[in-house]
Design a protein around this ligand. Structure first.
Ligand SMILES: Nc1nc2c(ncn2[C@@H]2O[C@H](COP(=O)(O)OP(=O)(O)OP(=O)(O)O)[C@@H](O)[C@H]2O)c(=O)[nH]1
Ligand SMILES: [Mg+2]
Length: 470
């Protein structure tokens, strides 16, 4: 489940709240996740400072209200001369309009335990009260839309903002905080120059796995939730070396995983036949009730799964499957795992998907396989990064996200690698390229750590053998 507030919405709201100031939006409450219940809303949103409530209706209109005051459940009106109602989209088209509160700021919001978010006396926008159950794909909210009482609607009415109804697909409440970019980056020594881009590109292109292990190509496994950006990561790296945007792997949005077969992608040096000494192994996405499971991952880690193996949710992978590699060599195995996690959805990843991710880790730990997190879609969590990817290590929102994921995954922060995949671009961008290659170079360093350990293990084994034969 993802959050619906787009970066363009955040930028617009940010301008309305305080122009020329950056704001961070943190999801507090979401009816599809938490249930549409007034007490639940208050338990998540009371005393949280400024918040924005956003409704997404069945006609693709997006609207809501902002208040700089905290919600409470005391049963009275709250004054706030900064509050406003707004519309962002109407029938799927951007139509941003701010509806400010009348000057005294009285009756801005109403805080009562059995009322959901409620704006204005009368009420201009009372989203719901008590509990509303979902009917089919949407919620028929039981609130009121008597707009124009407390907020200046600038000639608009409930039809031109809310399509005259309260049938919503989603309602989200975000806390809003001002923030500034950090003065000092939290990752240092990253140079965003053309020279550095070339250097790191050469570095990755000339990567060779440690000798003595009969390994030509290191295998990096991409695993993660449906739509996290696994295939897009391969496309991004592939594009960089192709010299233009490429969509070799099928990427996009779908209810279930778009990638259905296991692919061990090679990267070519431009259009030459030479391929690099690593492969990116793309998998089917994890879902609550289907998709890759712990046992499939075990087979992949051990090198049993052939390229292009088609995952069938109805038939679990077994040694009887066609092409199953019965006696895999070390070169068939996985040498580093990259958990691909969408930075913009970390607060709404379903519990079951987390459980699936976490369940894979003990197996990897036991085998000593290094794990990293590729934190994708970072352009969606911070407006500065969306404008300019080189701001990534100056962004407090990004740092907080990295810290959170590191904690959730039980990995050091240095294993969490932010990336912005190529997705809507039509040409390569130096900063996007540098950040992607930084992540890949880190991964290859982790592969080397694993290989060094393997070599140590082999020589320790030989020593042991010599001792025994002595
Ligand atoms: N804004 C943004 N969108 C991204 C990024 N990475 C991927 N996307 C988009 O996210 C959607 C899903 O990406 P995919 O690469 O298909 O995700 P996947 O993990 O391979 O998904 P499945 O194969 O379905 O499990 C696509 O529409 C991508 O364009 C990113 O860094 N930023
Ligand atoms: Mg995919």
């Amino acid at each position: 489940m993802s959050t619906l507030l787009k970066q363009a919405h955040k930028d617009q709201l940010s301008k309305w709240i305080t122009p020329s100031t950056r704001h961070k939006f943190t999801l507090l409450y979401k009816i599809n996740l938490d249930g549409c219940n007034a007490q639940t809303f208050h338990s998540y949103c009371d005393y949280k400072g400024p918040t924005v409530t956003v409704l997404y209706n069945t006609d693709n209109s997006v609207y809501g209200g902002y208040t700089a005051a905290s919600w409470n459940s005391n049963g009275g009106f709250i004054t706030d001369d900064q509050a406003f109602l707004f519309k962002l989209e109407y029938n799927g088209k951007a139509q941003p309009v701010k509806f400010p509160i009348h000057t005294d700021g009285n009756n801005a919001i109403y805080g009562q335990d059995n009322y959901g978010p409620t704006f204005g006396r009368g009420h201009d926008l009372k989203c719901f009260w008590e509990t509303v159950n979902k009917t089919g794909t949407y919620f028929t909210l039981n609130g009121e839309t008597n707009v124009g009482n407390t907020y200046n609607m600038k000639g608009q009415d409930k039809n031109s903002v809310m399509n005259g109804h309260l049938n919503v697909l989603e309602l989200e409440v975000y806390s809003v905080e001002e923030y500034n970019l950090l003065v000092k980056p939290w990752v240092e020594n990253v140079d965003w120059s053309r020279k550095f881009e070339k250097q790191i590109k050469d570095n990755v292109a000339s990567y060779k796995p440690l000798s003595g292990l009969d390994l030509q190509q290191a295998r990096i496994l991409l695993v993660g939730q449906v739509g996290a950006g696994k295939s897009s990561y391969f496309n991004t790296i592939n594009s960089i070396f192709r010299g233009h945007i490429s969509g070799q792997a099928n990427a996009g949005s779908a209810e279930h995983s778009l990638t259905t077969s296991y692919r061990m992608y090679e990267i070519h040096d431009g259009y030459a036949s030479r391929t690099f000494n690593f492969r990116l192994c793309d998998t089917r996405g994890l879902e609550e009730d289907q998709g890759l499971n712990d046992q499939d991952v075990g087979y992949i880690l051990d090198g049993h799964v052939p390229d292009r193996y088609n995952f069938n949710p109805a038939i679990p992978l077994s040694p009887d499957a066609e092409g199953f590699v019965k006696t895999p060599a070390f070169s068939d195995k996985i040498h580093c795992v990259a958990f691909v996690i969408d930075a913009s959805t970390i607060d709404v990843i379903p519990e079951k998907v987390w459980e699936r991710i976490k369940a894979m880790q003990p197996r990897m730990n036991y085998k000593g396989i290094p794990q990293v997190v590729l934190l994708t879609k970072i352009d969606r969590i911070c407006e500065d990064i969306s404008d300019d990817v080189s701001k990534v290590f100056f962004s407090p929102a990004m740092k907080e996200c990295v810290d959170k994921i590191a904690l959730m995954m039980g990995l050091p922060r240095s294993h969490v690698l932010p990336v912005k995949n190529y997705e809507n671009e039509i040409g390569l961008n130096q900063n996007v390229t540098i950040l992607s290659l930084l992540s890949l170079r880190r991964i290859l360093n982790f592969v080397d750590d694993f290989l060094f350990n393997k070599v140590d293990e082999i020589s320790a084994g030989k020593m042991q053998a010599v001792k025994i034969s002595d």
